[in-house]
Ligand binder design. Structure first.
Ligand code: ADP
Ligand code: MG
Length: 668
């Protein structure tokens, strides 16, 4: 931009041409109010300008425009010859960060941060490393007479001191142009005079100062006074100011910004990223500490969610693995066969020994094991007890995948010769032969017949639903029918095994076909243990899924809690967001700040949830509940929590980032 007047510096720092700013007139029906009505103004580097006017004349509006916090409705604004209208939000943030320093009537310090942290803030967004940043902030504060107050919160400082902190903040990134809106308005006359002296010193050192005030006496101290009334400039003591020595160009600032420049030029964006990240974390942590109760309650939602996901899935997995284990011991090849009244009516069929022999001939069939069993009084010495006496063939251990602990099982030959032999379940053994005494060779009285003990089965544990096999005694089928179950005309039921797991369905169909042709009608029933167990496994899987879903829902509720708290936080800290934006934070800095806070809550909640979930699981294991932990569940639950934080934190964070700086600053 070239001036027509050769006596004027070729390139003004700030050039406004026909600036207008109106409010309202939007969709809400409020009438449009034009606050600035064509302001044209040039300010050169190094000037000390006062803009004076009555309250409501549009001074603050003008300052917000000058400081790139706001955009004009019409007119042009050139900063160092560049049209500000062409700059995007990030470029404007850069300008605010690099060129401007704001000093407000209400100080606008962040209440939860110390004086030093407040001063450091603009440098954080400029990417200055921690060490030099702290040093510079402390030096500035010391220079302004606050060396003893570095760690004080704004509430612990007087008005004059707070205003000095905000001036230090404005100088932190160099402060080439200081925009001071009624800086003395809230101060007593002594502190006000002190601040004015400070502004003079800064002006002498080459800073460009734009002072806004309604007080003519204050304005008179500036070197150039511009009077504004009703949104128009009505007087200007030096409309085309003479060429002014721009000391700022020679780097003769009151406080050198060279240390800062060194980093902003040489320091990689990576360094800045980690610095900002650390700052975001620190602020997030401080926020969490300050709102302990609220944070705790939010955390609780996440903790419960994560812990319940882990516990539910571990319990479900435990139950499922137990079913699978049972399928292993019970065998997945078992079928149960018995007489049953046909659906068409009539008596139940009888499964004869000839039927069984014919079934055993089928190629798909492995073993055929008829069974008779009833509770019968069993006696040894003077101990007697109702025991389930299980009469079946010699293949029982094989069919049930069951080993002997001691002695042996009876043979096919012994079965056929009606030998009176008995094998004990481990609990039956413990009952009749407590202690270490060997039961082998002893005789039990079953009903009225003596049976010789030849073996003890290994402990089996309880199967789901069924009575415990450990409590039973086992006798040969033929001998049992001859001596104990004389009245029995057919087996209670018969276990038929398929030749292999793959043949279960085929074997069931073959047995069905065979018996149907032998009996002429369906007076029998076959049930398939594998199918039953599979159905049970299915049920449990569904249960696990449901429990997992419930847990996931609780995690979701936790996430909504996070969102709720984040929205509240954003609302409470709207002014802080405005301050951060005024000191040069980009939208993404604000986004990152609030996302970090949401993430930190869910991270802490996730860790606590995993710990508590594992604790509860361990307690369940100690209580005998089958629980199977898997690392992937824990990692999954944790990842879910973090994802929840990101997803539910994003909306409030974006809301914060998109706030208009002027509106945010104006909020209380
Ligand atoms: P000053 O700082 O000179 O006291 P302002 O620039 O703050 O004046 O405000 C000038 C006028 O603009 C006032 O009448 C005020 O009501 C109006 N105004 C300021 N901000 C807004 C806004 N966001 N919406 C509507 N009117 C506004
Ligand atoms: Mg004002």
């Amino acid at each position: 931009m070239v001036s027509a007047d050769p006596s004027v510096d070729a390139l003004p720092l700030i050039a406004l041409q026909g600036i207008r700013r109106s409010y309202g007139g939007g969709a809400d029906g409020a009438p449009a109010v034009e606050v600035l009505r064509g302001v044209s103004l040039r300010i050169h580097a190094g000037e000390f300008v006062a803009i004076v006017g009555a309250s409501g004349s549009g001074k603050s509006t003008l300052m917000n425009l000058l400081g790139c916090l706001d955009r004009p409705s019409a007119g042009s604004y050139h900063f160092q010859g560049q049209d500000v209208a062409t700059m995007d939000a990030d470029a404007l943030a850069w300008l605010r960060r690099e060129a401007f320093g704001f000093v407000f009537q209400g100080y606008h310090l962040i209440a939860s941060a110390s004086a030093q942290e407040n001063v450091e803030m603009p440098a954080i967004y400029a990417g200055m490393p921690e060490g030099p940043r702290a040093e510079r902030a402390a030096a500035l504060l010391t220079r302004l007479g606050l060396g003893e107050r570095l760690g004080h919160r704004p509430s612990q400082l007087s008005g004059g001191q707070q205003q000095r902190v905000s001036i230090a903040r404005a100088l932190m990134n160099g402060g080439r142009i200081l925009l001071a809106d009624e800086p003395t308005g809230a101060l007593d006359s002594h502190s006000g005079a002190e601040v004015m002296r400070l502004l003079h010193t800064l002006a002498d050192a080459g800073h460009t100062i734009i002072l806004i005030t309604h007080d003519r006496a204050v304005a008179a101290q500036a070197r150039r006074v511009i009077e504004i009334s009703d949104g128009e400039i009505v007087a200007d003591s030096a409309p085309e100011s003479p060429k002014i020595q721009d000391k700022s160009a020679s780097g003769a600032h009151w406080v050198s910004a060279s240390s800062y420049q060194k980093y902003s030029e040489g320091g990689g964006p990576r360094r800045a990223f980690w610095g900002e990240m650390r700052e975001a974390l620190r602020t997030a942590w401080r926020g969490m500490r300050l709102n302990r109760v609220r944070t705790g309650l939010t955390l609780l939602g996440i903790v419960i969610g994560v812990a319940s996901v882990i516990v539910m899935l571990a319990v479900g997995e435990g139950a499922q693995q137990r079913v699978v284990a049972q399928m292993g011991t019970l065998g997945t090849t078992l079928m149960y066969l018995g007489g049953r009244a046909p659906p068409s009516g009539g008596p139940a069929g009888v499964i004869t020994p000839e039927d069984l022999q014919a079934i055993a001939q089928l190629p798909e069939v492995g073993h055929v094991m008829p069974i008779i069993g009833d509770p019968i009084t069993v006696r040894y010495g003077n101990a007697d007890r109702q025991v389930y006496v299980f009469a079946s063939s010699h293949v029982m251990p094989e069919v049930h995948h069951w080993k002997l602990q001691q002695g042996r099982y009876f043979t096919d030959a012994e079965d056929r010769s009606l030998a009176p032999l008995v094998v004990l379940g481990s609990q039956a053994r413990a009952h009749f032969f407590p202690g270490a005494q060997s039961p082998l060779g002893k005789f039990l009285l079953i009903g009225n017949s003596p049976f010789e003990v030849i073996g003890v089965m290994a402990e089996r544990g309880s199967d789901s639903g069924a009575q415990s096999y450990d409590d039973m005694v086992f006798i040969p089928y033929q001998g049992g029918r001859a001596r104990v179950y004389q009245a029995q005309t057919q087996p209670d039921y018969t276990v038929v095994t398929a030749a292999s797991v793959a043949l279960v369905q085929a074997a069931e169909a073959a047995v069905h076909r065979l018996l149907l042709s032998r009996h002429g009608r369906e007076d029998f029933g076959i049930s398939n243990a594998a199918a039953k167990l599979q159905a049970e496994a299915e049920t449990r899987r569904a249960m696990t899924l449901m429990l997992g879903l419930i847990a996931a829902v609780s995690l979701l509720v936790g996430g909504i809690g996070v969102m709720n708290v984040m929205l509240m936080t954003v609302r409470e800290r709207t002014r802080e967001i405005g301050i951060r934006m005024a000191t040069g934070a980009r939208q993404r800095d604000i986004l990152r700040q609030f996302l970090t806070e949401a993430l930190l809550v869910t991270l802490v909640g996730g860790v606590a949830g995993v710990v508590i979930g594992v604790g509860v699981g361990a307690a369940l294991i100690a209580a005998g509940v089958p629980v199977v932990f898997s690392l992937s569940f824990m990692a999954g639950a944790f990842a879910c929590a973090v994802a929840t934080g990101l997803v539910f934190g994003y909306m409030p964070a974006r809301h914060a980032a998109r706030l208009d700086p002027v509106t945010a600053l104006g909020s209380t």
